[in-house]
Design a protein around this ligand. Structure first.
Ligand SMILES: Nc1nc2c(ncn2[C@@H]2O[C@H](COP(=O)(O)OP(=O)(O)OP(=O)(O)O)[C@@H](O)[C@H]2O)c(=O)[nH]1
Ligand SMILES: [Mg+2]
Length: 356
């Protein structure tokens, strides 16, 4: 019996020999789907064994972020600067050997930051503590990908490792709808011209055991993106790219489109970084106004973008929720002071709310 890794390698070998054109797309789709399914299976079996000692962390706070980067990028130095944690810092590689959590308080929000061992090429196939680190990353809300000026190429290396581990960064899930049916075979609808034919979609679906479904492709996608939506292992994460040790180069702290330059050692650029983390997390501060009190910013509550007033009420308590059906709002999001709105209204940063 071949191991899962060996089976994947065999199919990949076949794929490398297969020319890419319209006539082979159906076959390529099926093979890619087969690989994706094997990887799903691999993840299932490996996660049963647990993440290993020191890799099970409890998510705490309003959001969780993780510091990912090559050894000695300064991840632990940054964690210690941003939070109350004391993670060991040293000039040699693999100083950190487990998950060290810390809590950053920013604008009334508690943002958990996880420091983990350095990631190297081959992490997604188990090099270093790669698999454990990548599995922690799957649970985070935001990835802070960090390297230093001498190793900018690591942004690409790490993006590839994340991809290999089924983590897609700064990408939306492709707009493909799969409606499973009990009979009737596969119907494919697409408003866009795709580079593959209907047979390819059928092959991919079949590989995942789907024989009856309406599959709607609402945008143009690649075969890989098509396979992704069938795959349980795939997760979509936000990421920011940070270059640490900016103190070692000229033109320090230029904020480029793509990277943020900081120096964790000199505490430079770090305030900007916090702001960027906050913005990326889509957290929203709202203020609770008590009965008979004037609207003020005294009682802040942290919520997420797209949350409704209903979820705010539920957060206060399910009993509290039962007693209310309207709210008055002031400030951001209100058309006028004290506007009465239904609980389906979405929260806006800075909104003051009194439940009625
Ligand atoms: N010049 C400079 N050195 C830094 C900076 N931040 C960290 N360092 C140094 O870089 C070395 C590694 O720092 P760590 O914080 O241990 O790096 P790490 O990414 O946690 O490393 P691992 O745990 O081994 O993956 C230490 O000698 C730090 O003093 C910085 O902003 N500038
Ligand atoms: Mg470290």
């Amino acid at each position: 019996m071949l191991t899962i890794t060996q089976q994947i390698e065999e199919i990949e070998q076949v794929l490398r020999k297969t020319p890419h054109h319209k006539a082979t797309n159906g076959f390529i789709g099926a093979m890619r789907a087969k690989i994706a399914r094997l990887k799903d299976k691999e993840l299932e079996t490996s996660s049963k064994g647990g993440g290993g000692v020191g890799y099970a962390v409890k998510k705490q706070g309003h959001a969780t972020t993780i510091l990912i980067g090559p050894p000695s990028a300064g991840k632990s130095t940054l964690l210690n600067l941003l939070t109350n944690a004391e993670s060991k810092v040293a000039p040699y590689a693999f100083t950190t050997v487990s998950v060290i959590p810390g809590m950053l308080k920013y604008r009334q929000a508690y943002i958990q930051i996880l420091d983990v061992p350095g990631l190297i090429e081959g992490a997604s196939i188990g090099k270093g503590r790669g698999k454990e680190v990548l599995s922690v990353a799957r649970g985070a809300d935001l990835l802070i990908i960090m390297t230093d000026p001498k190793r900018l190429n690591f942004f690409e290396t790490l993006t590839k490792e994340l991809y290999g581990a089924g983590i897609r960064i700064n990408k939306k899930r492709p707009d493909i709808r799969i409606e499973k049916l009990l009979s009737g075979g596969i119907t494919i609808r697409s408003n866009f011209k795709q580079d593959f034919d209907q047979e390819t979609v059928k092959n991919v679906a079949g590989e995942f055991g789907i024989k009856n479904a309406i599959i709607t492709l609402k945008e143009k996608v690649t075969i890989d993106e098509l396979v992704d939506v069938f795959t349980t292992r795939i997760t979509y994460k936000k990421a920011i790219f940070v270059v640490n040790k900016a103190d070692t180069i000229k033109n320090k702290f230029t904020r480029s489109q793509d990277y943020i330059y900081i120096s964790a050692e000199d505490n430079k650029g770090v305030e900007d970084l916090k702001e960027i983390i906050w913005n990326k997390l889509d957290l929203v501060t709202i203020y609770l106004v008590e009965k008979d009190k004037k609207p003020s910013k005294e009682n802040p509550i942290i919520m997420k973008h797209n949350d409704t007033l209903d979820s705010v009420a539920l957060k206060i308590g399910s009993e509290f929720r039962q007693g209310i059906n309207l709210a008055k709002i002031w400030g951001s999001g209100a058309k006028f002071d004290g506007q009465e709105v239904p609980l389906t209204t979405k929260v806006v940063d800075g909104m003051m709310i009194r439940f009625i």
